[in-house]
Write a protein that binds this ligand. Sequence first.
Ligand code: FAD
Length: 391
Amino acid sequence: SVRSPLNDPLDLLEVPADVPAEERAIQQTVRDVLADHARPVIADCFENHRFPRELVPRLGELGVLGMHLDGYGCAGSSALAYGLACMELEAVDSGLRSFVSVQGSLSMFSLHRFGSEEQKQEWLPQLAKGAAIGCFGLTEPDAGSDPSGIRTRAERRGGDWVLRGSKTWITNGGIADVATVWATTEDGVRGFVVPRGTPGFVTRDITGKLSLRASVTSELFFDDVRLPDSAVLPGAKGLRAPLTCLDEARFGIVFGAVGAARDALQAALAYADSRVQFGRPVSGFQLTQRKLAGMTVELSTALLLALHLARLKDADRLRPEQISAGKLHNVRTAVEIARESRTILGGNGISGEYSPLRHANNLESVLTYEGTEEVHTLVVGAALTGLQSFR
Ligand code: FAD
């Protein structure tokens, strides 16, 4: 007998069946809540360049903000559960996953790992609830892939600090209640906790984006911003500190990319089944099946890789070059799947009514942020050869 069509391409190889019941239940809950509250609004948000901020408290209730952190109102779940949540968020839109990555893995993680007890008590519970929003400012107009070139400077003035400089391409910047800001000091790079409203600190949103339109991306400006000594992250010394935070966020991207690709491919499968040309569904043509089969195999491979890295992370054995390999492979694969899925939708594929091109456009940002494809290639190259080829 002919099996009924699979509506989830990942079911073909039954990869998700390997996920333990507890994590599957968390994933399903996230998927269901997003189906009710995020899916109905996301295409409109993308079209209107609007972040669905009204969903933030709901994400807090769901427990996905700072999900893999312990204490301070955070869920303390496994890396695997966090990854699967990212997958469901990005299956809706990379902008939503970006929000959660920046809130949990950059803003909250930087406070959790490097902050003082007072900083943690003040910010983590409200960030976990979604009662406050955080951002993470490392990139500057003249320092992207090479963060050692940052020019934002913090200098001692009496017992205080004075912060001067600017940041750009900062996710959540314009809506953040608190910013983790990285600056050079006489002791090297240090992190500062800068609340919104601090005199001299202003933000300006970046408009006209063709990617991640359902996400806020901003510039931050610091004009002689006076901060108390208690604003310094005491545990963060040197550039290694922000890079450790970025590793956390990249891990979520390894899973998130699989979600975006899965959603694009599901749209292509459904469309190919219902669209009739030359008297038959386009899913019956060999060239379409070649695309669908190839994408399904690639998607399953990407999920297997993500699950493997989650096991390493939960065993506390995940190394930065392994995260680079995962980000490199899965985002590249996801971009290809989203673009190819779009071709199966023909002309309708360029309409905002369907998700593949939105995902493909979003994934252009994902390919670039948190370390570009090229930089991660060089990280893997350096691990293999022992030779750094960055400079
Ligand atoms: P550049 O570093 O100028 O790179 C340009 C090109 O040169 C790239 O192709 C790059 O791969 C290549 N290149 C650079 N160096 C090398 C090399 N050694 N060898 C080979 N090729 C090289 N930053 C934050 O701090 N916080 C955020 O929240 C944040 N959110 C972002 C959101 C969005 C939507 C985007 C687009 C960016 C965000 N970023 C954020 C910034 C992001 O991390 C940077 O864009 C990224 O690090 C690349 O830097 P750049 O854009 O300056 O590109």
